[in-house]
Design a protein around this ligand. Structure first.
Ligand code: NAP
Length: 247
């Protein structure tokens, strides 16, 4: 049995992943943005999940969220699932929060970050980005390319942690829309597998995965210079340097 934190588990892929992890007998920490969306955790909590609350668009709330998780003891795996598709919160929620939680939580055995096939259309330009979310300065594709570069950077700096990114496919959730063509259940299989499975293939690091198949991400995600500049920009914005990264 593993302890797994799933961010953004009030609905969609995160809620489904948390439910399946509970069914598989794991100890699961679920997460809601605020008290209004917390009702999305009710069934999971009834099934035994532990709940934490915090808006990932807000640095102070993300720090407080990390503290709530720490109080519940170490996690074996974290699935950084929470995400938004548009608006000024794109960078704070999709990139800054996964970075800050990674830097503030005790190192788990495994880290999984939700990317997207759309990261291939993104740009990894760091100049002019507004990490605070006071204005829109990046696209969804940009944010997913950056979180994929973050994944590859963490995998390089922390070789003892199995760190991977997942493209879940285009699935019918609030974000994906009702007519999304891919299978919702299949959309969560890879995250759960990378977070908990003892399969030799799942016990790996530095991968970009789609439906349990390793793929090549956008070359910028694997670019060490881009990873280092991204980590430095996130450290400057949050005031927290990832262990092992250049201060
Ligand atoms: N659906 C797709 O086709 C698709 C494709 C590729 C990648 N993905 C990725 O998969 C992940 C999950 O997507 P989904 O389709 O399941 O989306 P979703 O149904 O919209 O659910 C997103 C989750 O993230 C949470 N969240 C959003 N903003 C937050 C914030 N500021 N603070 C805390 N939590 C926040 C939401 O909480 P609230 O309920 O409070 O808003 C919700 O629990 C995302 O990272 C997404 O980019 C999805």
């Amino acid at each position: 049995m593993a302890t797994v934190l799933v961010t953004g588990s009030t609905q969609g892929l995160g809620q489904g992943a948390a439910e399946e992890l509970l069914d598989d007998g794991h100890r699961v920490i679920v997460h809601a943005r605020n008290e209004d969306s917390r009702h999305g955790l009710d069934d999971l909590v009834t099934q035994g999940a532990l709940a934490v609350v915090g808006d990932l668009g807000d640095l102070d709330q993300t720090r407080a969220l990390a503290e709530q998780v720490r109080e519940l003891g170490p996690c074996d795996a974290v699935i950084h699932n929470a995400g938004v598709y548009e608006g000024a919160a794109l960078l704070p929620v999709n990139v800054v929060a996964p970075y800050l939680l990674t830097a503030l939580l005790p190192r788990p055995e495994r880290l999984v970050y939700l990317s997207s096939g759309m990261h291939r259309g993104g740009h990894a330009r760091l100049d002019g980005l507004d990490w605070s979310g006071s204005r829109v300065s990046a696209t969804y594709s940009d944010s997913k390319l950056l979180v994929t570069a973050l994944t590859m950077g963490v995998a390089r700096l922390w070789p003892d942690v199995m760190t991977n990114a997942v493209d879940p496919g285009w699935v019918p959730t609030r974000m994906g829309g009702r007519s999304a063509p891919d299978d919702l259940r299949l959309g969560r299989v890879t995250q759960i597998w990378l977070a908990t499975s003892d399969d030799a293939q799942a016990r790996t690091t530095g991968g970009y995965w789609h439906h349990q198949q390793r793929q090549e991400p956008h070359p910028d995600a694997a670019d060490r210079g881009i990873q280092d500049r991204l980590l430095a920009a996130l450290a400057a914005h949050t005031g927290v340097v990832l262990e092992g990264a250049r201060a």
